[in-house]
Design a protein around this ligand. Structure first.
Ligand SMILES: Nc1nc2c([nH]c(=O)n2[C@H]2C[C@H](O)[C@@H](COP(=O)(O)OP(=O)(O)OP(=O)(O)O)O2)c(=O)[nH]1
Length: 325
């Protein structure tokens, strides 16, 4: 059992031996009371949290959202990570399941498509206390405990600011034009496509990018999928940063004030400044986790979770995701 990343960045590790899965503690307020979603599984006659196995090529965050939807008919966006459970399958393989908190909004409930089926017999919304009594497996209880801590800390409703490093670009030596015009490689374009699912999983609505071509190209598949325009600005570009003319502070300040899930696509050397400005804008006591979250390979991203009601209470959690291509 790995604790959730309240004060440290987490990085997912992949091994061939384990079976990976992802899911969520889905929650909503009913008449002001917190309720979480349990599933009654048909085949196993057990009561668990919604989750399921990673599809080939998929990243964990998109698995969590897809599986919640497939099992419960409810479309969620992910909030804070609430832990990783590990258990042995009857085949003796290890199963590793990553969980996030995820709010089921009123709209998502209205649009729910659940009907009892071969996999899931019933859905049940219960208090955290009742969930503790009903869940079939001890590992689920540990996830529930992490979730309950968020509730106790008053930081259940959050929004993410995501710092994304542009995907793989042509090297400077292979390019004769200006550095700002350097495009993505074929692999970079694949990476840009592969992060659309996981970025959507966090509910990204706003896309802000350095105006360098390699950054704009990195977020273009996402912008298309969301049918949104990108905000292209030199304020977070490497050229401006090298000339001391960047303005990370105003860009981050706006994002923190808006409270909307956003992605900021920038460059390796600029990312530490972006993470540092998020920490400063939220009164976060800085630790090494902030700089490690900025140390990203191409097309990797760090999700910084902030309190929706009180962003000034500091960063709630940071998690880092690495593309598989
Ligand atoms: N969900 C869950 N199943 C467990 C646990 N411990 C344990 O022995 N099992 C059993 C129940 C089933 O016989 C078997 C496989 O269940 P599973 O939920 O991991 O896998 P699955 O492939 O059926 O479902 P999924 O991951 O696609 O949602 O493992 C546990 O802690 N959680």
């Amino acid at each position: 059992m790995t604790p959730p990343s309240t004060a440290e960045a987490t990085r997912s590790k992949w091994t061939d031996k384990a079976v990976y899965a992802a899911g969520a503690v889905v929650w909503r307020l009913i008449d002001g009371k917190l309720r979480i979603l349990l599933i009654h599984r048909t085949k196993y006659k057990d009561i668990t949290l919604p989750k399921g196995k990673v599809d080939p090529g998929e990243m964990l965050a998109e698995t969590a959202v897809r599986e919640v939807h497939e099992e419960t008919g409810i479309r969620v966006s992910l909030g804070v990570p609430v832990g990783v459970s590990r258990y042995h399958l009857p085949s003796s393989k290890q199963k590793v399941v990553h969980y996030w908190a995820a709010e089921a909004t009123a709209d998502a409930i209205r649009a729910s498509t659940f009907v009892p089926n071969r996999e899931i017999a019933a859905l049940e919304w219960v208090s955290v206390k009742k969930a503790r009594a009903r869940l079939s497996y001890p590992v689920d209880l540990e996830i529930l405990d992490f979730f309950a801590k968020l509730v106790d800390d008053g930081v259940l409703r959050t929004f993410p600011i995501i710092a994304l490093r542009h995907a793989k670009a042509l090297s400077r030596s292979d390019w004769e034009g200006s550095d700002a015009a350097r495009p993505l490689t074929d692999r970079g374009r694949q990476q840009a496509k592969s992060i659309v699912g996981p970025l959507r999983a966090f509910g990204v609505r706003k896309i802000v990018t350095s105006d360098a071509v390699r950054c704009v190209q990195t977020v273009t598949p996402l912008a298309k999928a969301l049918d949104r325009k990108t905000v292209q600005t030199s304020k977070i570009s490497q050229d401006a940063w090298e000339d001391g003319e960047d303005d990370l502070r105003s860009v981050i300040g706006r994002r923190v004030r808006s409270g909307k899930p956003a992605v900021l696509c920038s460059h390796g050397p600029v990312l530490p400044g972006i993470l540092s400005e998020i920490a400063l804008a939220t009164g976060t006591i800085r630790g090494s986790y902030v700089s490690s979250a900025a140390d990203l390979e191409p097309a990797a991203f760090s999700v910084v979770h902030l309190s929706a009601s009180n962003p000034g209470s500091g960063i709630i959690a940071i998690e880092t995701h690495i593309p598989k291509v």
